[in-house]
Design a protein around this ligand. Structure first.
Ligand code: KDO
Length: 339
């Protein structure tokens, strides 16, 4: 076979540049086509949860829009980074992507704590309008500037409810007095548990099932789809429908990774993240609507508390807090005005 023919065959296989470089005695530089950009994703989500499955949607979407360019690797169950350590890892460039919470962001950007407060965001639609509109553009700016992280899409994690391992008549925050309520491990989360009237106990998500089973904690708060996916219903007897936090997670990428991409790649990565969030949101909303009845039929007690009493107590506690002092003037009113 003539050398031109061989070269043509090698080029068709994407190996032409390497072979020609070798033949010419040049230093071997891996061509773009061969060097896939690795995107590792770390999340504490359990495999059966929508915000775990959404990462497969991200991967499939990106494999389709940018074939051969990215090697997306998904690590669930906090198997790569511990819950809450992802933002620092992304800032250092040790991790490419994760979905981070408002509580994670507030540690570095205190004014973001407005989104950790109970009873501010009204429902999933309000949440999407706030974060996908001018307020979102404004509040994500300091995240990019101070955290070395670029948020790409907002996913609805669900509306958080209180679940208890034993039966208890809970109508108002006073009824949660002394209840050891597990919260994720940061002061912003613990503050929410306290605002609900409980005694908050910090614990990583992966340890909650066992803690409920053994009685180290009396309860935990999470959206119902996450409680289903992590099987918390097996070790709980009651759900108190406090609906205290319409929770979000932000699909984010290390700015080191993002800024090294071409504008076209950035746009494809962002579009894939948005498709993943959309998949999560649609499924989660559908799931949430059906789960109360599903849990009831499985024998769980469903309690409808005095939500107005919870709202009043929680809002008062936040408005008097040091956190509220960091909220930009007028932001709360602007969030409330979003329809
Ligand atoms: C949790 O630990 O309760 C929480 O719901 C907090 C969220 O911010 C998020 O980390 C979530 O866990 C995990 O993704 C597991 O579902």
């Amino acid at each position: 076979m003539g050398s031109t023919k061989i070269q043509k065959l090698l080029q068709a296989a994407g190996l032409g540049t390497v072979t020609l470089a070798l033949a010419a005695g040049m230093a071997l530089v891996a061509p773009q086509a061969l060097a896939k950009q690795v995107i590792r994703i770390s999340t504490p989500a359990v495999p059966d949860d929508w915000h775990a499955k959404m990462w497969t949607v991200f991967k499939d979407n990106l494999d389709k829009s940018a074939p051969g360019e990215f090697d997306v690797q998904i690590y669930l169950n906090a198997s790569l980074f511990k819950q809450g350590t992802e933002p620092a890892a992304m800032a250092r460039g040790n991790l490419e992507m994760s979905a981070i919470s408002a509580q994670d962001i507030s540690k570095i950007v205190p004014e973001f704590s407005i989104f950790t407060a109970g009873y501010i965001i009204r429902d999933p639609d309000h949440q999407q309008k706030v974060f996908n509109g001018p307020i979102g553009t404004e509040v994500f700016k300091p995240v990019i500037q101070k955290m070395g992280i670029t948020p790409l899409a907002t996913a609805y994690l669900g509306t958080r409810q209180v679940m208890l391992r034993d039966l208890k008549d809970v109508k108002t925050p006073a009824d949660l007095k002394g209840v050891k309520l597990r919260m994720p491990s940061s002061k912003e989360w613990l503050f929410l548990g306290e605002a609900l009237g409980a005694t908050p106990m910090p614990l990583a998500f992966g340890e909650v099932y066992l803690a409920l089973q053994t009685g180290t904690i009396d309860g935990q708060d999470n959206p119902l789809p996450s409680a289903r996916a992590a099987k918390f219903y097996e070790v709980s007897k009651e759900i108190v429908l406090t609906s205290h936090l319409v929770d979000a997670i932000f699909l984010s990428i290390s700015s080191k990774t993002y800024n090294a991409m071409t504008p076209t790649q950035q746009q494809k990565v962002k579009a894939a993240a948005q498709a993943a969030a959309k998949y999560n949101n649609e499924n989660r909303i559908k799931d949430e609507a059906a789960l109360v009845e599903q849990f009831r039929s499985q024998g769980m007690k469903i309690v409808v508390p005095d939500v107005a009493a919870f709202r009043k107590a929680v809002q008062e506690k936040y408005l008097k807090s040091d956190m509220a002092a960091t909220w930009p003037k007028g932001l709360l009113e602007r969030i409330n005005a979003v329809r």
